[in-house]
Write a protein of this length. Structure first.
Length: 64
């Protein structure tokens, strides 16, 4: 079940996933929220899996 703290955390999932800096204490809030909120943790893990799967794709040279 999502709570009122999920939305602020989810707004920063992309930066957290990409390793981009997150301002102030929000970085710690996101990390803590992911540790204690099972639905958000599952969502974040799905994002990580998607990122990793896309990174594993190889570009093929187009056929002439």
């Amino acid at each position: 079940m999502r709570n009122h703290l999920c939305e602020p955390a989810r707004q920063h999932f992309s930066e957290h996933l990409d390793g981009k800096p997150i301002e102030g204490t929000m970085r710690y809030f996101v990390a803590l929220h992911l540790a204690i909120c099972p639905p958000c943790k599952r969502t974040y893990q799905a994002l990580v899996a998607t990122r990793d799967a896309l990174g594993a794709l190889k570009d093929e040279d187009p056929k002439p």
